[in-house]
Design a protein around this ligand. Sequence first.
Ligand code: NDP
Ligand code: OXD
Length: 309
Amino acid sequence: VALLFYSEYYDPEDWRRAFRRRDPAFDFRVWPDLGDRSEINSLLAWRPPAGAFGLLPNLKLIYSTGAGVDQLLSEPDRPQGIPIARITDLGQIEGMATYVLGAVLRHHLRFDAYAAQQKRSEWSILKHVRASERRVGVLGLGTLGLPAARAIAARGFDVAGWTRTRRSDVDLRHLAGPDELHELLERSDILVCLLPLTPQTRGILGADLFRRLPRGAALVSVGRGGHLVEPDLLEAIDAGQLSGATLDVFAQEPLPREHPFWRHPRVFVTPHVATLVNPDTAAPQILENLRRLSSGEKLHSIIDEERGY
Ligand code: NDP
Ligand code: OXD
């Protein structure tokens, strides 16, 4: 059996090396070199190339090259009933926590405002706020969200998080469900979005939510571009309701050259790099799942299609 790999971003040779290091005989194929198509039982891709599903008659497992799966769930010709797995990678978890902490510190320390002052050669000292007085809200306390929230709390910030279900493993102030969202928002000077994109979360970062934040709050959006209503963000910043935003994900990626975010002085753009998967740490978990697949054991890291994550 073989695994088919496709990515517009990752170098397939890094993945080939990572798999072969653990299993020198591993049959790793890179789109469009399919070989005997009937031997391919798994697909590893962010999003498959057009028409790929129709060429794989014996597909048994679909693997996202990342943590998010919305891009696979929305594939119109995806065959039904084939499990979808996500990567759950320690390097990726650590990378996200570092990015989110960096973004929170940037807003906390007012680096954007000082950068603007520097452009004007202006020496003026802005109001100082201690970390313990800065309230951070994290939407989504999942595999990536909870460690990120803990990293911010460990720096002394006043952190609370929001989830869909009530959870027993959350050691932070914890709010759950639509009824408790308001409570989280009204105490979020910095709001971090690390939700998956589902029908319930699409467009959640819009005018109504921004109105419920304290005036001058900042937004860190690292989940998916579909969470954010982009014109509402610009309006909220321009009206002073929000002080600024750090954005890593966008409705359209790459972000079009003419997009106003590129030039907005209060919007900080990174090109979907909050965290990346390391093939060396991801390959063993994929191999383990493929082993389980062939022995008929229960697979790990399978997403719940009904929930959407
Ligand atoms: P998980 O699937 O592990 O966790 C999702 C979290 O969101 C859970 O806490 C879940 O609640 C919560 N959630 C889901 N739906 C709702 C809802 N309707 N209301 C309230 N809470 C909700 O995701 P990860 O932490 O691994 O990753 C989150 C997202 O980050 C990914 O889906 C992906 O889109 C994005 N991502 C972005 C990257 C980047 O580089 N920018 C890199 C990797 C991921 P509950 O605990 O109750 O289930
Ligand atoms: C992911 C991502 O989902 O990179 O892993 O966004």
